[in-house]
Design a protein around this ligand. Structure first.
Ligand code: ADP
Length: 395
């Protein structure tokens, strides 16, 4: 059975076409600059990457072109072969603790929580509507980034703010990157053949850490929005909220300006003046002082959360897992983090750490045999998680 896994942003649409249950990728690609006359897209045809420009006025244009290309390149013979489309939806609010088949009611509910993710949910919905119009016979499935974290308990997801903010305005911790945390949890469940206790470090440009007990999420570092938690590529993570009003006054700027700075010019970018971990690593090896400082701060924040979750898990941790672009490939960050975990008896096999680079096709354990907790490096795959959930729902 063929199904599409789709991630639609405000001006982008990433896709993969899978043959399920074999999990074979038939093609993949992405559309960029949707909403302009000069959009462009890539689609993989066999071993070739086809790149074209096109007028992409909206998501409907992108979806039509995508479907035409699938037929044109004989990736499908008929659009009826596409049985379902799984859509990544950033916010499922309080309502969704798993992926669901999209009905009119579900569409309305996703719309009704758009205030919680004003940049992301409306864009994803545009993707859903475009596919519903173009291939009305295909089933649509919503896969939420928040769903996996819905098992977090009240004492953990509430903020110590007026309770009515939660009741009236839905202010609480939601957590994000759920598709990735779920993927890694399932991978470890099958590797360890048990419902494991895990600390998962998803270190991408955006980054979050989750605590998993018996295969279930009990806490995560992101919060009401993806801006909370550890220091990230361009986001501050947790800070004293009073800085916001102080800077507004001192710099004579409005809230939008400060918000933008905390989102796009903070984190590694704010301290080191760069946010890509590959650039950061090069500068670190050249001993650039701002970058050395940034890495010290960055890894401290990760260790703070690992320590906190170690306690939450009662010291019973089956594995610490690194994943996402940085976690999978950045041996320098991993080394700095693990070296700071020595009070817990966690120790790194430096050679294995250097060799274990997912980009080169290597994943696995990077800790020493006598490490108190094994440390894993694992490839995450949010698109495949969407495809699996979608397949399970429609099968
Ligand atoms: P996002 O989806 O948040 O953009 P990704 O999971 O794609 O995040 O990860 C992006 C991050 O991964 C970037 O900061 C990038 O520097 C880092 N990364 C990718 N490849 C490498 C590598 N070979 N070495 C170090 N860091 C890497």
């Amino acid at each position: 059975m063929k199904l599409l896994s789709v991630n639609a942003g405000s001006s982008t649409l990433k896709f993969r076409l899978y043959e399920m249950p074999e999990e074979k990728i038939l093609t993949k690609g992405n559309f960029e600059r949707i909403g302009t006359e000069e959009g462009d897209y890539t689609i993989r045809v066999g071993d070739e990457k086809v790149h074209k420009t096109a007028e992409l006025r909206d998501h409907n244009d992108a979806v039509h072109i995508l479907l035409e290309e699938l037929v044109h390149h004989h990736i499908v013979e008929s659009l009826d072969e596409i049985v379902a489309v799984g859509h990544r939806i950033v916010h499922g609010g309080n309502k969704y603790s798993k992926s669901v088949l999209i009905t009119d009611r579900v569409l309305k509910e996703i719309e009704s929580i758009s205030d919680l993710a004003p940049l992301h949910n409306p864009a994803a919905l545009r993707g859903v509507h475009a596919f519903m119009e173009a291939i009305p016979n295909a089933k649509m499935v919503a896969c939420f980034d928040t769903a996996f974290h819905q098992t977090i308990d009240e004492a953990t997801y509430l903020y110590p703010v007026p309770y009515e903010w939660y009741i009236k305005y839905d202010v609480r911790k939601y957590g994000f990157h759920g598709l990735s945390h779920k993927f890694i949890t399932e991978k470890m469940t099958s590797m360890l053949e048990k419902k494991p206790n895990l600390i998962i470090c998803h270190i991408g440009n955006g980054a979050s850490i989750s605590a998993i007990r018996d295969g279930i999420c009990i806490d995560t570092s992101m919060g009401f929005t993806p801006n909370a938690g550890i220091m990230m590529g361009t986001r501050s993570g947790d800070i004293d909220y009073s800085i916001i009003s102080y800077i507004m006054k001192k710099a004579e700027r409005n809230l939008e300006w400060v918000d933008n700075k905390l989102n796009k010019s903070s984190g590694l970018q704010g301290i080191a003046g760069m946010n890509d971990l590959r650039d950061i690593d090069r500068a670190y090896l050249a001993n650039e002082q701002k970058v050395v400082l940034a890495i010290e701060m960055y890894t401290n924040k990760i260790v703070d959360y690992i320590a906190k979750y170690y306690i939450k898990l009662g010291g019973k941790v089956d594995a610490i897992c690194f994943t996402a672009g940085g976690g999978e490939n950045d041996d320098i960050i991993r080394k700095e983090v693990v070296s700071k975990l020595y009070p817990l008896g966690v120790s790194l096999n430096e050679e294995k750490n250097k060799e274990t680079i997912v980009r080169r096709g290597v994943e696995g354990v990077i800790s020493t045999d006598d490490s108190s907790i094994p440390v894993y490096v694992l490839a995450t795959d949010e698109e495949l998680m969407i495809a699996r959930d979608t397949y399970e729902i429609i099968d």
